[in-house]
Design a protein around this ligand. Structure first.
Ligand code: KG4
Ligand code: ZN
Length: 361
């Protein structure tokens, strides 16, 4: 509380949003990144991310209670650093936003309660932002055209791929989306992480598989591509993980050879990417949208970026990725979406609706 008081060492003010371009502080604590960002007029003035990866790595995955504790420890320093980089003081803020879910409950609470307290003290609006919706719009944070607004926006089929989720979403218009499909078991990122663990790689294994696969042969081993030919928009990755487990069990010394490790990485990655690209493209063509996008941590993957881009180009569609720094969990995507909602008059968003109709299948 003492630190919060220092952070808030200011007099609240009461001018209206109409008087100025709003400046917004956003907080993201849904999983194992503590992040704060300052947004003004569609620009990311600062985006600070403090990753807990090293803490969770020794457990092979995120430990929810450790994550919440780390958020409590890191949140105020991270927020203060974002404000410093943005040359901004609490008096400059017009609104506060935080991820309201989905995510780890206590991790979310740490960010939400800090944001609520700040907004209450400053007497400014507080926006609770849906984590997936923020990923969904993150490809429009930067790029050409650079802003996400009614002018530059175009309908898309959007792939949201992270450690916890794999979703295909039809984005018909700004703030108008429909979930087409999701994973029935493991998420794509989970598949990267768990198969990586089987290969002895540290958590999260996605980036390391990406790196090793760059020098491997994606055709060296034939792993299954679950549901790739099925007409629906759902995914399944648990079978692929099991198949890698049996494959490695049968050849316990295979990975002693560094070349084989690179080949297994490339082959697993190719299986995941083939499914993601095929299903995204099929949905895009079915819905006749001009654009496909990808966001979320797995959208950092080099093969996914290359293959989806190539498939889109072949079909005459545009392809947008969130920039890598806005693909993994970050507060900039929360703030950018919050600002757009604020400007569209959608400021009063309830904080307790983790599941809402727009995100149900
Ligand atoms: O979006 P994110 O930061 O957090 C969640 O909401 O889950 O995504 C983290 C996931 C992890 O599973 C990680 O292994 C994966 O994204 N990831 C990657 C790459 N970079 C991160 N997977 C494959 N290739 C990458 N380059
Ligand atoms: Zn995420």
């Amino acid at each position: 509380m003492e630190t919060l008081a220092l952070f808030l060492a200011c007099e609240p003010f009461h001018d209206t949003l109409a008087d100025r371009v709003p400046t917004l502080l956003a907080i993201e604590t849904s999983c194992d990144e503590t992040s704060a960002a300052v947004i003004r007029d569609g620009e990311v003035l600062a985006n600070v991310v403090s990753s807990q990866t090293a803490i969770h790595a020794e457990y092979g995955g995120v430990v929810p209670e450790l994550a919440a504790r780390e958020h409590l420890r890191n949140l105020l320093p991270v927020a203060r650093e974002a404000m410093r980089l943005a040359h901004c003081s609490p008096q400059d803020l017009d609104a506060v936003a935080a991820t309201r879910g989905p995510g780890l409950p206590n991790a979310l609470l740490a960010g939400l309660k800090a944001a609520e307290t700040l907004a209450f003290t400053l007497r400014k609006p507080m926006l609770g932002i849906h984590h997936h919706e923020a990923h969904l719009y993150s490809p429009w944070i930067t790029g050409e055209p650079p802003r996400f607004d009614a002018v530059s926006f175009e309908p898309s089929v959007s792939l949201i791929v992270s450690g916890g989720h794999t979703l295909l979403v039809l984005l018909r218009n700004m703030f108008d989306h429909r979930v087409l499909g999701s994973t029935v078991d493991d998420a794509a990122g989970e598949c990267f992480d768990k198969t990586g663990k089987l290969m002895g790689l540290i958590y999260p294994a996605g980036p390391e598989i990406d790196r090793l696969a760059a020098q491997g042969n994606p055709k060296a081993f034939a792993f299954p591509r679950p549901m790739i030919h099925e007409a629906h928009d759902n995914f399944s990755f648990a079978g692929l993980k099991t198949s890698v487990r049996y494959f490695l069990q049968k050849q316990p010394t295979l990975l002693d050879d560094p070349k084989s490790l690179r080949d297994v990485c490339a082959s697993v990655q190719a299986a995941i990417v083939d499914v993601l690209v095929a299903k995204t493209m099929r949905a895009a063509l079915r819905h006749a949208v001009p654009c496909v996008t990808a966001s979320g941590g797995v959208a950092c993957n080099s093969a996914l970026r290359r293959e989806l881009e190539a498939a889109a180009r072949k079909s005459g569609l545009r392809c947008r990725f969130s920039e890598r720094k806005f693909s993994t969990d970050n507060a900039a995507m929360i703030g950018i979406l919050a600002e757009r909602k604020l400007m569209a008059g959608l400021a009063e968003i309830p904080l307790d609706t983790e599941i809402e109709p727009g995100w149900a299948l």
